[in-house]
Design a protein around this ligand. Structure first.
Ligand code: SF4
Length: 270
């Protein structure tokens, strides 16, 4: 009898879990970061430097909920398409429009979006103990949810990387005012963290999107400049800072998920 069983599609093995720690960087590289020389470079120059130093162990971290990540992806694909890598964390609570954008980006740039998911057992235990909408009940429960759905998957995403790229800008709000263009990321085992848009304004970002027809999240046109998980994001009012719609029930200095926090304690930047 002929078997009708389907062979499971082969998914390319990503370079994960192979090495938890980043490479030991030479002193010359660390001195260059500490010197501040890279701080004055244009975003494309910072990315070119990062690609030359770290590819293929360098990737963009994109939420797909901000224009900045899409701008950087567009720049990377123009500089070095073969070494353009992007990862995203699917918390399980994202908007449908976020998934739509991931697929548009995949088609437009011919890039594999490396999606990381939370540990199913930990999500299951959290939901059984605290319910599905625990984040509205207290700051601790909100942090628990972000920790399980975002921060832990980020650690797995970084395992195979020596350096990562983000779209952070000081204009985003008080939690991001000390961001540098190139940092030694002591929170993540001394990896190098590139924030190439650090000196750009919102207008610069919008102009790049317009000029280069960069695909962006559909909810930006409906008053959401920063889109995260569906239950924790809302549209903002004129005059509010860009991240005011994220965890709007919390104080401004608490509005981070944990991916970009801990730097004050560990020593950020240099
Ligand atoms: Fe959970 Fe909200 Fe954090 Fe998403 S943003 S991980 S739903 S607390």
């Amino acid at each position: 009898m002929v078997s009708t069983a389907q062979t499971a599609p082969q998914i390319p093995q990503l370079e994960l879990l192979e090495r938890a720690k980043p490479a030991r960087f030479p002193d010359t590289l660390l001195d260059e970061v500490r010197s501040g020389r890279l701080e004055s470079l244009a975003p494309e120059e910072i990315l070119a430097w990062g690609l030359a130093e770290f590819a293929p162990r360098l990737a963009l971290s994109a939420s797909f909920g901000s224009r900045e990540g899409m701008v950087i992806l567009d720049m990377l694909s123009r500089i070095d398409p073969a070494n353009t890598r992007v990862f995203a964390i699917d918390t399980g609570r994202l908007h449908q429009e976020t998934y739509d954008l991931m697929d548009r980006i995949r088609d437009r740039y011919k890039v594999q979006v490396e999606v990381f998911f939370p540990d199913a057992a930990r999500v299951q235990q959290m939901v059984r103990e605290h319910g599905l909408n625990l984040f509205y009940e207290s700051g601790e429960k909100r942090q628990l949810c972000c920790g399980i759905r975002k921060v832990e998957p980020l650690k797995r995403a970084l395992h195979g990387l020596d350096a990562w790229i983000t779209g952070l800008r000081p204009e985003h709000g008080p939690t991001r005012k000390n961001v540098r263009a190139v940092e030694i990321d002591h929170v993540h085992d001394g990896r190098i963290k590139l924030n190439p848009l650090v000196r750009w304004t919102r207008a610069d970002v919008d102009a790049y999107v317009e000029q280069n027809r960069v695909p962006v999240h559909a909810l930006h046109a409906r008053g959401f400049p920063s889109v995260g998980c569906m239950p924790c994001t809302r549209a903002i009012q004129p005059g509010e800072d860009e991240r005011a719609g994220r965890w709007w029930w919390e104080q401004p200095e608490q509005r981070e998920c944990g991916i970009h926090t801990g730097y004050e304690e560990k020593g950020s930047g240099i």
